[in-house]
Design a protein around this ligand. Sequence first.
Ligand code: ADP
Length: 187
Amino acid sequence: MLLGPPGAGKGTQAKELAGRLGIPAVSTGDIFRANVADGTPLGKQAQEFMDRGDYVPDSVTNAMVRDRLAEPDCAGGFLLDGYPRTPAQVAELDAMLAERGQHVEQVLEIVAPADEVVRRLLLRAVEQGRSDDTEEVIRRRLEVYAEQTAPLAAAYRERGVLTQVDGIGTVEEVAERMIGAVRGQAS
Ligand code: ADP
């Protein structure tokens, strides 16, 4: 699982790491955006929350993740990016995994200072035109992260599964640190 604030590089690193580990990356933000783009009922439910920088309600998100994890490619393990983000999602994930005889093996927290993540998100706004990358919505997303998601790191640290990774550097440098952290834990 990847943890870290918006702009820390979770999505980029999730693709890289999942490729190297040979497991699927399950990125809830990507799944929501694809549903918004396709105009599905799920996309219609999620869009208003995303546009404000708020979290999509737990019930909606949990149901979506449950469906995704039921796909055959997730049977042997997967990398979560952007989920869980609330204590209720942590509890639901634990329940889903227990049903499958699985558990959270490792949590990588990508650490990056607030001024750096804001800089990256504003740059991405120009490059990709994501509708939630405006200054006001970025501020809200960081606030929601600090309130609701940052405390999750402490919970996983207590379980002994948390590794912090410095998110400053090139994509390749951070990817090397991430894979090093995974190997370090596996040995
Ligand atoms: P960010 O870089 O802001 O973390 P994501 O692409 O991961 O971006 O998520 C974009 C938006 O999708 C979030 O701001 C939120 O509205 C919604 N979202 C993604 N994952 C979750 C989740 N686990 N719970 C609730 N909402 C989510």
